[in-house]
Design a protein around this ligand. Structure first.
Ligand code: CS2
Length: 480
């Protein structure tokens, strides 16, 4: 559809029915949809994943529209508000499809408008809060507890009615519900952390404990915080995608989203009878999330991070390029089969070897330009869940950890190289990483010792393990 200057119209509630035929459109009357879910962190992954599942659910039950809340920047609101919350999801794979997603009804920017966020959290119709705030958004210490020294948590504990962190908002919302005699909302953590829901519950209860023990006891007893596994490869949006979406749909979209066709959401089956019927739209509800979650974190994310750091060192730019490099493909496969799978317990019905092969197949998707630098972000937060758990299990079982040391050593070289080039390191520990890099001399033993001082990343069991340290030094020397 075009205007008089024959430029495509902007996607919005009026224009979307005129999308090019074949583009999937919301299969429900958006005017009848009400907000039932508040989501913190409406980045690309949320819009590729949970918002897509709710978009399907709305076709049968209009109570589960989304109120998306950005905790920091207004970017998503500014892009989606003129589009009435609509955006295009491009599934780029052997078959390419485009879909206009309608499940996001509003986007709030928390720092600009806390009262609206509190009102949504405290509404009787809000039954669920979902989160994709990335690993660092949970404000946890290296051993997984609420980080009471984190500046946002320090702030929120001093001013609990004016929170800035996700945990602070969750607790303030729950406090208001408790006061109003409402049941708590279910809190569904959707980030790549081992035991994500349990960790978040412990953090929320610890926070509440410091301000109101009765509230903490109520959350402990009544709160539902299922653990989850989420999966769909979602590269960041770029101009090429905007152009492709405009050509395919006939409408301009300021912030479309791209992902592979594959998507999976596994949720611990503790949501109770009032929950949305997620199973009806393909979500797996199970009592064995841990099996799925460990397999995905270690096989997919662990190997993603491996080829990101090792691939960047070799001059590759994308996952597709890196996995097309025979040396890296062999490293990925050997890690999966020989080092990672032996640490996993397959959930019912999952063949781990076939799962690993399927993941490598997904990395070979030529339709997707997934930048290694995107995966390399936040290494200090990601490596403990993706690689170090496997290392700990392997050490305990008396197996070698030489190959597992390679991604860690590659990360160290990556950090050193970025720091030396003066390129910004995207990581909550960036300052410490730059200091660490500055203290490095090129000597494997001395440099590894510098990195091992980063105790939020490497716990004491690891730094005190001579086998592990020797493997790291060897890998670091080999990659130099
Ligand atoms: C990636 C993940 O950016 C990263 O660190 O490893 O975002 C990965 O693409 C998703 O977890 C896939 O589900």
């Amino acid at each position: 559809m075009t205007d008089t200057l024959s430029r495509p119209l902007r996607l919005n509630a009026v224009s979307y029915p005129a999308a090019v035929p074949g583009v999937a459109l919301p299969a429900y009357d958006r005017d009848k949809v009400t907000v039932g879910v508040v989501h913190f962190g409406p980045g690309a992954f949320h819009r590729a994943h949970q918002a897509f599942y709710f978009d399907q659910l709305l076709a049968q039950d209009p109570r589960w529209g989304l109120c998306a809340v950005s905790l920091k920047s207004p970017g998503v609101r500014d892009a989606l508000q003129p589009q009435d919350g609509l955006y295009t999801l491009a599934q780029l794979d052997a078959e390419t499809t485009f879909r206009v997603v309608g499940s996001i009804l509003e986007v709030l920017v928390a720092p600009e408008d806390p009262p609206s966020v509190f009102a949504r959290l405290a509404a009787p119709t809000t039954r669920m809060v979902t989160l994709t705030v990335t690993e660092k958004g949970y404000c946890l210490t290296g051993d997984g507890k609420l980080d009471l020294a984190h500046p946002d948590i320090v702030h929120d504990l001093a001013k609990p009615r004016e929170p800035v962190s996700a945990v602070g908002y969750l607790v303030e919302g729950l406090r208001r519900r408790h006061l109003a005699g409402l049941p708590p909302y279910a809190v569904v953590a959707c980030d790549n952390l081992a035991d994500n829901g349990w960790r978040l519950k412990a953090a929320v209860v610890a926070f509440a404990e410091s301000i109101d023990p009765a509230l903490a006891a109520w959350i402990e007893a009544e709160g539902r915080f299922p653990r989850t596994m989420v999966d769909s490869i979602t590269p960041a949006t770029d101009d090429a995608l905007r152009a492709r979406v405009e050509a395919a749909t006939g409408l301009t979209d300021a912030w479309p989203i791209q992902r592979e066709a594959f998507t999976q959401w596994v949720v611990e089956d503790v949501l109770g009878p009032d929950a949305p019927d997620l199973a009806s739209v393909g979500v797996t509800l199970t009592d064995d999330v841990r099996g799925f979650e460990r397999a995905k974190l270690r096989l997919l994310n662990g190997v993603h991070s491996t080829i990101a750091y090792a691939g960047l060192l070799k001059g590759h730019e994308t996952v597709f390029e890196a996995i097309s490099d025979p040396d890296l493909a062999k490293l990925a496969e050997d890690l999966m089969v020989q080092d990672i799978i032996p640490t996993l317990t397959a959930p019912r019905g999952l063949d781990l070897l076939a799962y690993a092969q399927a993941i490598l197949g997904r990395f070979r998707n030529p339709e997707i330009r997934h930048l290694l630098s995107q995966i390399a972000w936040d290494g200090s937060q990601k490596l403990p869940f993706r690689i170090l758990g496997t290392v700990a299990d392997a050490l305990e079982a008396g197996r070698p950890v030489d190959r597992l040391a390679l991604p860690l050593a590659a990360w160290m070289h990556f950090v050193r190289r970025r720091a030396a080039e003066g390129v910004k390191i995207v990581d909550p520990l960036a300052d410490r990483l730059v200091e660490t890099a500055a203290a490095c001399t090129g000597d494997a033993r001395a440099d590894v010792a510098q990195f091992l001082k980063l105790e939020p990343v490497f716990n004491r069991d690891l730094t005190a393990n001579a086998t592990f340290v020797a493997a790291l030094e060897k890998a670091y020397g080999e990659l130099a």
